[in-house]
Ligand binder design. Structure first.
Ligand SMILES: *Cc1c(COP(=O)(O)O)cnc(C)c1O
Length: 431
């Protein structure tokens, strides 16, 4: 598959190049030249397919011919070595739990897939690749874990100081080896801007091969389309009109869901559930796309003022506002509403959700007021204990820590504090 830049001022390129470069030379995000729907027989027989078989068929067209089929099979099997259960809360609402991986947030799948692709492309290459990544909380840990010990790859993670949870911080600052953490005085948007500036800085890119492991990277973004298929497999026998409510920040996950729909997956509708960072909610009302500086909330992985993947969503709908609006609804919720939702789920269904999942749950509830016959699945994007302070404060019950969380507790934090782009540049050049 070849990819084009959404800024249309750079040459089309291969999957391999798109993964290694991360972003096109004209600053555009890469997008696949074609999307070929899977045959109806694939969805009809989905019950007989394993997660790896589903994923293999779904991703094949996007990575071939540069990753041979046998290698791809191994990559998806290794990537997906944990569960993706759907838990039913009531007859209209279920949750798809995406937190059973090593860092307990959904980003594990994209990070593990990308790390393996890059490892494959880099196996006979003596030029090291530096993965530069900005995190609003969970990406950093997932990328650190996914790339730990991958030969020929150095990872540099930028995170906003004081704006990620303690556990998130430990996950990205304690691994050592080829992983370095930079603690930025600023917001997630500042981190993201620095990363984008670095990619365009020839003084840097002439010295080192830089790539990104944010969802702007196609190998991080596309594997997320698997989730929607896994949920469909578990629900399609009982429910016809399946709607997904996706707690959204950079809009990579929901955009991947829309790619699954383009592949033919029968999804009725999408709900983009936002916290106070609601540029898309406002856009769908006003048709004015007005990014704003990000606001800090308790669902910090969604504190994104300028969602980078929204441009891919626009591309899927060919920049047709009405087409987009007929398939996407968006709501925005305050921290207070989010906490109330967490308490409500705990009281009514004995379900402990994290703040991001709770935002998704609220999106389902509002959507069902419009379409009471739908079945709404909200994505539970992180394990509640990643946000221990808020969760325990709301449900008033001490939470048991899963082994994945326990394993990082009490390890020594290693990070370098930076404030400006020049600090970042100096750090990268001195290595
Ligand atoms: C990253 C993240 C999100 C937002 O996903 P996007 O793809 O950026 O929209 C939501 N919830 C959690 C827990 C996350 O880590």
């Amino acid at each position: 598959m070849n990819y084009y830049s959404l800024n249309h001022k750079a040459p089309n390129t291969t999957f391999k190049n798109a993964v290694i470069k991360g972003i096109a030379p004209d600053k555009g995000l890469y997008f696949p030249e074609t999307i070929t729907a899977l045959p109806k027989s694939f969805f009809d027989s989905i019950d007989n397919l394993s997660h790896s078989e589903i994923a293999f068929e779904a991703i094949k067209q996007f990575v071939s011919p540069e990753i041979p089929e046998e290698i791809l099979k191994t990559i998806v099997e290794e990537t997906l070595s944990f569960d993706f259960p759907v838990v039913k809360l009531n007859k209209n609402i279920s949750t798809l739990e995406l937190f059973h991986g090593p860092t307990m947030a959904f980003k594990d799948v994209g990070a593990r897939f990308m790390a393996r692709c890059l490892g494959y492309f880099n196996q006979n290459n003596d030029r090291e690749v530096t993965v530069l990544v900005a995190t609003s909380g969970d990406t950093g840990g997932a990328v650190a874990n996914g790339f730990l010990g991958v030969k020929g790859v150095n990872v540099v993670i930028l995170y906003p100081s004081g704006k990620v949870s303690d556990i998130q911080e430990m996950q990205l600052t304690t691994l050592g080896q080829n992983i370095k953490a930079l603690e930025v005085h600023g917001t997630f948007d500042d981190c993201q801007d620095m990363v984008k500036t670095a990619f365009l800085d020839e003084a840097l890119t002439s010295q080192m091969q830089l790539t990104s492991a944010n969802s702007i990277n196609v190998a991080r973004w596309l594997p997320q389309l698997f989730y929607f298929m896994f949920a469909y497999k578990q629900l399609h026998k009982q429910h016809k009109d399946i709607v997904f409510s996706v707690p959204s920040g950079n809009f990579g996950n929901i955009c991947a869901g829309m790619m699954a729909q383009q592949l033919g997956l029968p999804i009725k509708h999408f709900v983009a559930s936002n916290n106070a960072n609601n540029v898309v909610t406002r856009y769908l009302i006003s048709q004015l796309y007005e990014p704003k500086p990000s606001i800090q909330t308790i669902s910090n992985a969604m504190d994104v003022g300028a969602p980078s993947n929204f441009i891919r969503i626009q591309e899927i709908y060919k920049n047709n506002f009405d087409a987009l609006k007929s398939n996407l609804t968006s709501y925005s919720y305050s921290d207070k509403e989010t906490k109330e939702a967490m308490l409500e789920m705990y009281k009514n269904y004995n379900y402990v959700a994290d703040p991001h999942g709770a935002v998704g749950y609220l999106g389902c509830k509002d959507y069902l007021k419009e379409k009471p016959n739908a079945h709404c699945v909200f994505l539970e994007t992180a394990h509640p204990t990643k946000f221990l302070d808020v969760v325990e404060e709301v449900v008033q019950v001490k939470q048991a820590l899963p082994s994945q969380i326990q394993s990082v507790m009490g390890k020594e934090k290693e990070s370098t504090i930076i404030s400006t782009y020049d600090d970042l540049k100096a750090f990268l050049l001195k290595k």
